[in-house]
Design a protein around this ligand. Structure first.
Ligand code: ZN
Length: 242
C-alpha cells in the first residue's frame, strides 16, 4: 500500500492543484489529508471541495476549526486572525459542514495521524523542541505517526522514550523496530525556506518515506490574495517559504 500525505493547504488553490497533479503521477493507493484546508489564502471553498472529493481522509486543523467556530482563535497572531475572519465570511454552507464534521486525529489503516500532536490533538501544540518530542512518545499509537501543523518537514526517530534523532532528509527508509513522528510539511504555505509545495509518499511495503517538492504558480496565488485584501505579510511570505 502506498499513501500520499498532504497537509496545511491553507486555501492555496494553485499549490493544491499542482500538488495533486504531481501526486497523480505517482499513482498512490490513498490520499490522506491532515488538516488546515483553509486560512491564509484566497480560495477556501475550492480547496475544501477538492480535498473532500480527492482525499480518503480529511482531518481538521486549527484554522479549519477556528473558521467554523469549533475552536478559539484568540491565540492566533493578528495576520492569521484576520485571515480566519476573512475565511469565516467567505465559506459557503457546504464547506462549513465539511469542516465542522472533521476530527483532529485518528488511526487510519492502523496508522496514527494527527493535525498537531498525538498527545493533545485538539490543543494545537507544535513538536519542535526536545521536550515536546519526548512528551509525545507514549501517545503514538502506531510505529509511524504522521502530523502536519508546524509546516516543517522533518522525521523524529526514537531510539527509546527519552532518546531521539531528527532527520530532514528528502527520503528515508524507516526502521521497522523503531517509533517515528513524521511531519509532512505544508502544501500551501511552506516554512522551511523552500517555497515549493510539500507532500509525502509513504510506501508501507518497504517502510519508505519520500518527500516531494512541487513548484507552483506563487504569483497567481499572491495576486488573488491581494485582490481579496488579505494581509501583505501573508502574501509576501509565500515567495520566501517562511
Ligand atoms: Zn497550518
Amino acid at each position: 500500500m502506498r499513501y500520499a500525505f498532504i497537509s496545511d493547504v491553507h486555501s492555496n488553490l494553485e499549490a493544491l492543484s499542482a500538488t495533486l497533479e504531481d501526486i497523480g503521477g505517482h499513482n498512490p493507493d490513498k490520499i490522506l489529508f491532515l488538516g488546515d484546508a483553509v486560512g491564509y489564502g484566497p480560495n477556501p471553498n475550492e480547496c475544501v471541495e477538492i480535498l473532500a472529493k480527492k482525499s480518503d481522509l480529511f482531518l481538521g486543523g486549527n484554522h479549519d476549526w477556528a473558521a467554523v467556530g469549533k475552536t478559539e482563535a484568540d491565540y492566533f497572531n493578528p495576520f492569521a486572525r484576520e485571515a480566519v475572519d476573512w475565511t469565516a465570511k467567505a465559506l459557503d454552507k457546504s464547506s462549513k459542514d465539511t469542516l465542522s464534521m472533521t476530527v483532529a486525529d485518528t488511526v487510519y489503516d492502523g496508522i496514527h495521524v494527527a493535525h498537531s500532536t498525538p498527545m493533545e490533538p485538539e490543543d494545537w501544540r507544535y513538536i519542535l523542541s526536545s521536550k515536546e518530542a519526548i512528551d509525545n512518545y507514549d501517545y503514538i499509537k502506531s510505529n509511524v505517526c504522521f502530523v502536519g501543523h508546524s509546516h516543517q518537514p522533518l522525521i523524529i526517530e526514537y531510539n527509546d522514550a527519552n532518546d531521539f534523532s531528527v532527520y530532514r532528509e528528502a527520503g528515508m527508509a524507516l526502521d521497522p523496530g523503531k517509533k517515528y513522528i513524521v511531519n509532512i510539511g505544508s502544501v500551501g504555505q511552506p516554512r522551511d525556506a523552500i517555497p515549493d509545495s510539500c507532500w509525502v509518499l509513504y510506501d508501507l511495503a518497504n517502510n519508505m518515506v519520500m518527500y516531494h517538492r512541487v513548484p507552483y504558480d506563487i504569483r497567481a496565488a499572491q495576486e488573488k490574495m491581494a485582490l481579496a485584501g488579505l494581509p501583505k505579510y501573508l502574501i509576501e511570505r509565500l515567495s520566501l517559504g517562511r
